[in-house]
Design a protein around this ligand. Sequence first.
Ligand code: ZN
Length: 379
Amino acid sequence: MTLSSTDISVLTSIQQNDGISRKALAEKTGLSQASITKITHKLVSEAYIREGERIGNGLGRKEVLLYPNPHKFKFLGIDIGGYRVRMALADYRYELTHYEQFPVDELEQQEDVLQELMARIAAFLEAAGAPAVDAIGVSVTGIIDMEKRRILNIPNLNRWNDVNIVEGLSKRFEAPVYLEESGRTMAFAEKLLGKAKEAADFIVVHIAYGVVAGIFINGQPLRGVNNVGGLLGHITVDEKGIRCRCGNYGCLENIVTFPMLEGRYRNMSGTANPGPLPEAYRINDKTALDVCLEAGKSIGIALSNVINLFNPEIIYLGGPVMEQFPIIFEEVRRTVLLRANRFATVGLKLEASSFGDRQGILGALTLAGASYLESRMEP
Ligand SMILES: [Zn+2]
């Protein structure tokens, strides 16, 4: 049975407000009580949603809360980062039932990365006792083609040029496969399940072994004509900087990622083996703090430019670099307030993103879920 666009918006609202009454749903969606009654009846009878407990509304009447039915679908998420590949199975409430991760180098060492990835996925599904899934979402920290079928390039890796991943995975695993750049999928996760539910203009930035960003404008993800929109990690912040693996010089990613911070700390400390940066940071080592302040300033400058261009309401910052070195977050805030246009920063919020280390894999899973639902929409 197909779904109308109104059915999908009601379903999305139930997903976003896990446990919501019909009355609250009518208020959220702007639909009449009668329409909500009709649509939720259809969604319950087709097992998309289930009824939960009754709550009192203060007037003696009880209202039933509605939830997505976890058993309706099983999704597989694959998140291909510059350092790790993560795989997870989730139910329709996006609870992770199985999870695995491994260094992306283990694929890079193979002649055919796609074949090796598929072998890993097959083993993962077998171990999870899940022979079939309803949809697969693949997020990748790289450039994908406009039809969202092939990975064109991952700047930090060597063997991912022109990889026909959608065709490969859909044939092998007999499920629809959806591909998207990972900054955008992290923003999808923030919008569907995280703090950005009500936000129309927001940016998600994730900094780990690379820098990715997803930009939402007017409630829509920014793609640009070649699908490259939001490539924050490869904008120039130091024109005299070193050459990046993307070919450009002085990219943000050459300054603020985990390995770059460690390298900078080693160079600046003047000793051969100064130990890990996080430890030095914890004891307030001056060099460690300086390295972090430098990074915070670079991120702040890059974001100030983005803020002036797009005037977002909220920027969500996440990833291990942000989490391990809170001083970077504060320096980003300070730099943004200094450099971005003062009218653009009125009411601007900088917040931690919702899912930390899981932002990427939840992005791949919500891509699978939302795209699959859309594919069931009546023409
Ligand atoms: Zn670059």
